[in-house]
Design a protein around this ligand. Structure first.
Ligand SMILES: Cc1cc2nc3c(=O)[nH]c(=O)nc-3n(C[C@H](O)[C@H](O)[C@H](O)COP(=O)(O)O)c2cc1C
Length: 174
């Protein structure tokens, strides 16, 4: 499928609704709710069976998804702020909570589920410059360089600041 051409127009989300999806272990969408289809602009038929990167926005650094996958593949839940790309090229920011789905008997990871809700403009405004910088750093130095940049950025914020408590902090201000 051809990637949509991003346009600088935001889709404003209804903050009483969640965008939900479920994937297999590889990130292929196997279930989603109507609101996901409505906001992304894809029909459910177009979404199911596709990799979740179908809504990936080029403003998102690769390191963000590396951290995400490192976490969830290790069975840890996570919250992340993501800028997504709709079919018509518009964007929408989401506060995303990831959960692990395990086989009831073997306890092995079967897949993942994500619940997303609207992000206040204030938060998107804080994160966009960081994400843009990471994308830029990645263009020259790859993900090793962006990982280092992110770690330095967090270290500057304080001794014990990790990506998790940065997200918690953001959540508190939300
Ligand atoms: C449950 C789940 C939900 C995801 N939701 C999104 C999402 O909303 N937007 C996004 O860009 N990537 C999402 N991803 C990550 C994608 O699988 C993918 O790693 C990312 O889009 C980067 O694409 P790439 O790995 O092909 O570079 C999700 C992954 C999982 C497992």
């Amino acid at each position: 499928m051809k990637r949509p051409e991003p346009i600088d127009k935001e889709i404003i989300l209804d903050n009483t609704k969640y965008i939900e999806s479920q994937t297999d272990k590889k990130g292929i969408i196997i279930e989603c709710n109507d609101y996901f289809a409505e906001i992304s602009g894809y029909s459910k038929d177009e979404l199911l069976g596709q990799p979740h990167s179908i809504v990936r926005h080029p403003d998102m650094p690769r390191i963000a998804f590396k951290l995400l996958w490192d976490r969830i593949q290790n069975g840890k839940n996570l919250t992340a702020v993501i800028k997504n790309l709709a079919k018509d090229g518009r964007y929408y920011w989401v506060f995303t909570h990831f959960e692990i789905i395990r086989d009831i008997n073997t306890k092995e990871i079967k897949g993942y589920r994500a619940y997303r809700k609207a992000v206040s403009k204030h938060i998107a405004d804080i994160l966009l410059p960081l994400y843009k910088k990471l994308v830029e750093v990645e263009k020259d130095g790859g993900m090793e360089a962006s990982e280092k940049y992110l770690n330095d950025f967090l270290a500057q914020k304080g001794d014990d600041i990790t990506i998790d408590n940065l997200m918690e902090e953001i959540h508190r201000f939300y």
